[in-house]
Design a binder for this molecule. Structure first.
Ligand code: FAD
Length: 482
């Protein structure tokens, strides 16, 4: 009987691709992990136990067929592995790089629970799709038979791009509007290159452009057109604009020069990475070089800021978080990477004032202690009296999360309903907003979330939009016939 290629988790240990040394990677914005080589990808895939109920797949928002493509990889059938993984995801190589696998597929892998260490699913996913690109297995986007119907997608992030791809493949004319000069949303201008190199994103965007999707860059809905004007132009609209209103701190001195917003800081850095002229780098306002940097926040955005500051050559980088390490929302993997690169985490500490007259010179902070659990179930931090002190700072980056912008006002569309959190209210059976023919997906519906959820929403909303368009075409056909 042929040897079973799978279930090798007892004999073969868990391995991730090698990470570049911290002092090497702290000088550039290239990804920190090297890729698997073929033998290693096959070996790691062969550790999968092929369990009857694959929790990895259940806990993947896309329900990727993980055990099946791991098996194909272990058998050396890489092209089929790629084809299968591509069936459920529009950007598997991106998810392989930036999904928090420790909380999703890998965190729920059965062999993780049995103490053998999860299959390194994300790294295998990245490997098979990178190989597909290299080998030319990634097919061009081919538009289906023309339907004569036109779609307007507002927002070129992962949600909007996913819908654009699927609806183009179904034969519709697709126009994507984005206020930035490049598509990709937070994949392009939020997430730094050391987590996701930009040519990986641009390669995906180019494939969509080559497939006939029309991109209108530097086009801000609200400034360059109202929602109504786009509705007149297209048969159906998708709003996938993400969430961009930064949460602020209420403390004296918060408006001082040198206290900046995380996304402004990261966007400037990503633009510089593309080789663009960045005035805020030239005048130093959004550059950490030679500065004592304090980043406030404990989520993934804060982690991206501290690690960017290291790469820009900051004198010191501190991350302030009001809870402790166990209660932070950001990924532990990213904290470990940041610590290796020289970031100092100041746990249980919150800002109470920003010092300096012409420019920030320091952050006055208080120590915090954890009290009783709050409504979210996490222990609420409370100030520890008498513990106030000042941390030296010439650049303070606020990374406290994002809320939705006021879309009804921005889009000139009072009939667009929102929830009490400001996210767009959709009918969950159809994903349509309160405005007929206007659908919504991604962070603007969920609130700040994950790339993989944006892709899932983009996939789901496609079905609803397609059904709506078919019904619309049928009514139009009946009218002509009558
Ligand atoms: P977005 O990606 O935000 O795209 C929305 C697009 O709409 C943008 O391009 C924007 O320019 C455009 N837009 C907005 N308003 C208008 C308008 N009026 N007119 C025209 N265009 C408009 N998730 C992960 O899974 N892993 C990570 O490692 C990770 N890291 C992150 C790091 C940072 C710094 C941030 C901020 C988020 C991170 N996330 C991460 C979250 C993830 O990026 C988002 O959940 C995801 O990008 C949401 O996709 P989206 O398509 O809904 O919106």
């Amino acid at each position: 009987m042929a040897d079973n290629p799978m279930l090798k988790f007892v004999g073969k240990g868990q391995a991730y691709p090698e990470k570049r040394a911290a002092d090497d990677r702290a000088d550039d914005f290239l990804e920190i992990s090297r890729s698997f080589i073929l033998d290693k990808a096959e070996e790691q895939a062969s550790r999968c136990s092929q369990c009857g109920v694959p929790y990895c797949s259940t806990h993947c928002p896309l329900h990727n067929h993980i055990p099946d493509w791991l098996r194909l990889t272990a058998e050396g059938r890489l092209r089929e592995a790629y084809e299968l993984s591509n069936l459920t995801s529009t950007m598997p190589e991106i998810c392989g790089r930036i999904c928090p696998q420790d909380r999703l597929c890998e965190g729920n892998c059965v062999i993780e629970f049995s103490g053998h260490g999860a299959v390194t699913i994300g790294s295998v996913e990245k490997y098979i799709t990178d190989t597909a690109w290299k080998e030319g297995w990634v097919e061009p986007l081919v538009a289906g038979k023309p339907t004569g119907q036109s779609i307007g997608v507002i927002g070129a992030g992962p949600a909007g791009l996913t819908t654009a791809e699927y609806l183009r493949a179904a034969g519709h004319e697709v126009h994507v509007y984005d206020r930035h000069d490049r598509a990709g949303g937070l994949l392009t201008y939020g997430i730094p290159g050391f987590k996701l190199e930009k040519d990986i994103v641009m390669r995906r965007v180019q494939r969509l452009k080559d497939g006939g999707i029309v991109f209108h860059e530097n086009f801000e809905v609200g400034r360059d057109a109202t929602l109504e004007a786009l509705r007149d132009k297209h048969d159906v609209i998708l709003i996938a604009t993400g969430v961009y209103k930064p949460r602020d701190i209420r403390a004296p001195g918060v408006g001082a020069p040198g206290v900046v917003k995380a996304l402004d800081y990261l966007t400037a850095s990503n633009k510089a990475g593309f080789g663009d002229a960045v005035p805020e780098h030239e005048d130093g306002t959004l550059l950490a070089t030679g500065k004592n940097v304090v980043v406030i926040g404990g989520g993934d955005t804060a982690m991206d800021c501290v690690r960017t500051a290291i790469r820009q050559g900051a004198k010191s980088v501190k991350c302030l978080y009001r809870r402790d390490r166990d209660n932070m929302p950001g990924s532990q993997r990213e904290v470990a990477n940041a610590e290796e690169e020289g970031v100092e985490f100041v746990w249980l500490t919150a800002p109470i004032a920003f010092e300096g007259t012409d420019h920030v010179t320091g952050v006055k902070v208080t120590k915090m202690r954890l009290g009783a659990p709050d409504a979210s179930g996490r222990r609420a931090p409370e100030p520890d009296p008498g513990s106030e002190h000042t941390l030296e700072a010439d650049l303070v980056i606020k990374a406290l999360g994002y809320d939705p912008e006021e879309l009804p006002k921005l889009f000139g569309a009072d009939d667009l309903s929102v929830t009490r959190w400001g996210t767009l209210r959709v009918d969950h059976k159809t994903m349509m907003t309160s405005v007929d023919g206007v659908f919504a997906a991604g962070d603007i519906v969920r609130g700040a979330s994950l790339v993989v959820w944006a892709i899932r929403d983009g996939r789901d909303v496609t079905e609803h939009m397609h059904r709506y368009l078919k019904a619309k075409a049928k009514v139009a056909g009946e009218r002509v016939a009558a």
